[in-house]
Design a binder for this molecule. Structure first.
Ligand code: ADE
Ligand code: ZN
Length: 333
């Protein structure tokens, strides 16, 4: 199998995707129209022209504005279902999706509306497409810890439908330490925990996510490379990093894909995985991310297999499931 065929055929898990970041302009227009909400664009082309980001905040401003058209349970269903159809095309067989409840509850949308729509899509993905999934609820780090506690309370009745909590939004100036107590409470309640760290923020934020939030995975983490002691720790603990290459390029975390550090991290023994982050905004879904790094960094077929195996190993599925996907990857030529 050549490299492109392998990328398309190999089973993968996606561990870092914001469901609100999969909102394609065509669907955004359709939902805005049926909800009779004005959006500041006249056409899909105009929307795409606005996707001209130079850093995380310039993206987040547009991403939150887009999410504001989501009102009804069916809107959340349609959003997630469209993403699952992309998963089916890209051979993503398992996904652990982030959602940002505060983006919706702050506009008066009930927590139940969000979770019921997403859950129904997850159920259909399993029965109709054979894709398994989990939901991870993120706290917005630009908001206070106090409101994160409120969101955690709102999530407790849905504990069985939410595998973990995460931390996203504007990183610099909002270190993990700001959320130490709410993460402790989430862990006590039985949630697994992850956090964005070392995307735009310094390696110090990755240390805090490990030591104070006690995360099971680091989201992004690419700036860990600046700190050799941190690198040694990540390698020794087999701590997964959910790396998002096209996101890093689009948000100017790297200037050029040929300079992306994912292959260097992999060669040094860091447990890196490939993910799409906000694929509608960053120019591609899972396979586009794989193809982009494979071409820019000349990845070998063995490196592609390791990245795919890492995605299952770092996921929250059972050991039996991990073994099953591992065997399937080994069986590929
Ligand atoms: N929310 C959605 N995408 C994000 C990213 N890449 N970093 C932080 N918060 C986000
Ligand atoms: Zn992210």
């Amino acid at each position: 199998m050549n490299r492109l065929e392998l990328i398309r055929a190999i089973p993968k898990a996606e561990l870092h995707v914001h469901i609100e970041g999969t909102f394609e302009p065509e669907l955004m227009f359709a939902i805005a129209q049926r909800n009779q909400i004005d959006i500041p664009y006249k056409s899909v082309e105009e929307v795409k022209k606005a996707y001209n980001f130079h850093n995380l905040q310039s993206f987040l401003d547009i991403y939150y504005a887009g999410a504001a058209v989501l009102i009804h349970e069916q809107d959340f269903y349609d959003l997630a279902w469209a993403y699952f159809e992309k998963c089916a095309e890209d051979k993503v067989v398992h996904t652990e999706m982030f959602f940002d409840p505060q983006t919706h509850t702050d506009r008066g949308v009930a927590f139940a509306t969000v979770i019921n729509g997403l859950q129904r899509a997850c159920d259909d993905a399993l029965t109709k497409l054979g894709i398994s999934s989990q939901l991870i609820m993120c706290f917005l780090r630009h908001l206070s810890e106090e409101v994160a506690f409120t969101t955690l309370e709102q999530a407790l009745p849905y504990k069985d439908q939410i595998i973990g909590v995460g931390l996203d939004s504007s990183e610099v100036g909002h270190p993990p330490s700001k959320f130490e107590r709410v993460f402790a409470k989430a862990r006590e309640a039985g949630f697994l925990v992850v956090a964005h760290a070392g995307e735009e923020g310094p390696a110090e934020y990755v240390w805090e996510a490990l030591d104070l939030l006690k995360v099971n995975r680091i989201d992004h983490g690419v700036r860990s490379e600046e700190d050799p002691k941190l690198m040694a720790r990540l390698i020794a603990e087999k701590m997964p990093l959910t790396v998002c290459p096209l996101s890093n390029l689009k948000l100017c975390v790297v200037d050029d894909m040929a300079q992306h550090n994912i292959q260097r991290l992999l060669k040094q023994g860091v447990h890196v995985t490939v993910n799409s982050d906000d694929p509608s905004y960053f120019g591609g879904y899972m396979n586009d991310n794989f193809i982009s790094i494979a071409e820019a960094l000349d990845l070998s077929n063995d490196e592609i297999k390791t990245l795919a195996k890492n995605s299952f190993e770092a996921s929250f599925i059972s050991n039996e499931q991990k073994q099953k996907w591992n065997n399937q990857i080994d069986a590929l030529a």
